[in-house]
Design a protein around this ligand. Structure first.
Ligand SMILES: Cc1cc2nc3c(=O)[nH]c(=O)nc-3n(C[C@H](O)[C@H](O)[C@H](O)COP(=O)(O)O)c2cc1C
Length: 155
């Protein structure tokens, strides 16, 4: 069971922290969507897409990457971190998954330290996140995703 998670994580590396906790459980490649190398995703059993929330949504680079590289019908899941208000979150990714007939296995999000704009003046919000509990919940989520794939369960 081989998984890949394609991510954009720039603000404080919060999303990448969550993904590393997931990937510790083995057989998972983390792929930065800003790498300029061509990518092949057809060899994976499932693909995650992950992003910090910027302007109430996944970063456009993740959506564009999925549009280009996500194979038709591949099971997907979504992961994000956000400061305080995730807005539409992974909605654009869910739309794209539908277009490509990709079953959505699940979605995980937690808060991530945010010093964007005025929040910098107050020392940031969601300080300390993702914390140990967030990371444990992320690992649990990821175990469920694997179980779903192993059981062939689709939404
Ligand atoms: C340009 C920018 C826009 C952001 N917009 C939002 C937002 O709309 N809602 C929110 O809850 N957090 C927002 N944040 C906070 C990030 O979602 C949060 O810090 C996230 O954990 C960043 O992930 P990263 O460190 O993996 O990039 C924004 C941060 C930046 C830098």
């Amino acid at each position: 069971m081989k998984l890949a998670i394609c991510y954009y994580s720039r603000h404080h590396g919060n999303t990448l922290k969550v993904l590393k906790a997931m990937a510790q459980q083995g057989d998972t490649d983390l792929i930065d969507v800003t790498t300029r190398q061509a990518v092949r995703l057809d060899g994976y059993d499932g693909i995650g897409f992950a992003s910090g929330i910027y302007g109430f949504a996944f970063h456009k680079a993740v959506v564009a990457f999925a549009r280009q590289y996500l194979p038709e019908g591949k099971p997907v899941f979504f992961v994000s971190t956000y400061g305080g208000a995730k807005g539409s979150g992974a909605a654009a990714m869910a739309d794209l998954a539908r277009e490509k007939h990709c079953p959505v296995l699940g979605e995980f999000s937690c808060r991530g330290y945010d010093t964007f704009g005025p929040f910098r003046l107050v020392g940031g919000i969601a300080k300390g996140h993702p914390d140990a509990r967030d990371l444990e919940e992320a690992r649990q989520f990821f175990r469920k995703i694997r179980q779903r794939l192993e059981g062939g369960e689709q939404s």
